[in-house]
Design a protein around this ligand. Sequence first.
Ligand SMILES: CCC/C=C/C(=O)SCCNC(=O)CCNC(=O)[C@H](O)C(C)(C)COP(=O)([O-])OP(=O)([O-])OC[C@H]1O[C@@H](n2cnc3c(N)ncnc32)[C@H](O)[C@@H]1OP(=O)([O-])[O-]
Length: 302
Amino acid sequence: MALAVGMRVLTRSLLRPWVRGPGATPGRTGPVAGGGDCVRCFGSPRVLVEPDPAAGFAVMKMRNPPVNSLSLEFLTEMLISLEKLESDKAFHAIIITSDCPGIFSAGLDLKEMCGRDPTHYAEYWKAVQELWLRFYLSHLVVISAINGVSPAGGCLLALSSDYRVLADNPKYAIGLNETLLGIVAPFWFKDTLVNTVGHRVAERALQLGLLFPPAEALRVGMVDQVVPEDQVQSAARSVLAQWLAIPGHARQLTKTLMRKPTADRLLKERDADIQNFVRFISRDAIQKALRTYLEKLKQKKS
Ligand SMILES: CCC/C=C/C(=O)SCCNC(=O)CCNC(=O)[C@H](O)C(C)(C)COP(=O)([O-])OP(=O)([O-])OC[C@H]1O[C@@H](n2cnc3c(N)ncnc32)[C@H](O)[C@@H]1OP(=O)([O-])[O-]
């Protein structure tokens, strides 16, 4: 209960443009992959941060089981962790990865977009915008170590990184599959994809809702590297060395030069984009399509 109230407060501060909110719990001791305890780890219930300040980076592990769906609380916690790392001069890079086996992220949380009221949809959408803006424009080097499937919003998160390493498992498909759900990827999802794979590939992928298996994802440029599953984390660390060897100010300004025009399009129309989303998602036909899709996911299990 206390957590829910606390998260609501954090969410409120998040939804002001971005307030330096209360940080996550520093110095938390937690188990780390490979055994042992991580004395410097910090984070929150859904995000574990394993910092390596000497090496200048931290690993951000998403752990919102079963599928790392991007709920409002999860988005809020990710933003708080990012904020904390960005404001600490010891860190120049992050690696985003998943703690849920076989799933990077199932994308936006369908339950946040189904059967709720317009105020909730507006609050949720603002948080989704914020996540994208903050990760896309982060002055940190952001590498995605994609160790599972990543549809829709999960793909968007990966596309917001500077570099993507994908585990070579045919089940780990990546793409913006919104049309398969009967919904439409907003213009800034589309822009992010176009900036990554080019107009023609994006046009086809978006209309058909394509989810690319690793070899295809590499071929079209949706990811930068495909490696054996047990090497995803080490490959992400190796590539980081190349990015960190570049003078930080020059790399950051170049990133801004490349990405700011895309982000500005949303920043200029942020409120209109929220209103569009609320109108769109509230439509009976869209609600029905989402309910049917959620039902299908349930039936698949039984
Ligand atoms: C305009 C808006 C733009 C939209 C962007 C988006 O991102 S739209 C999002 C587009 N995303 C997609 O299209 C991905 C949809 N998801 C999938 O395709 C599969 O879940 C999977 C391949 C990710 C994992 O397969 P798997 O066999 O390992 O797992 P499983 O299938 O058995 O699911 C376990 C539980 O998680 C639940 N749940 C799952 N996803 C979501 C979700 N996004 N949200 C909430 N809940 C979700 C599922 O219902 C089930 O709940 P239950 O019954 O236990 O109460």
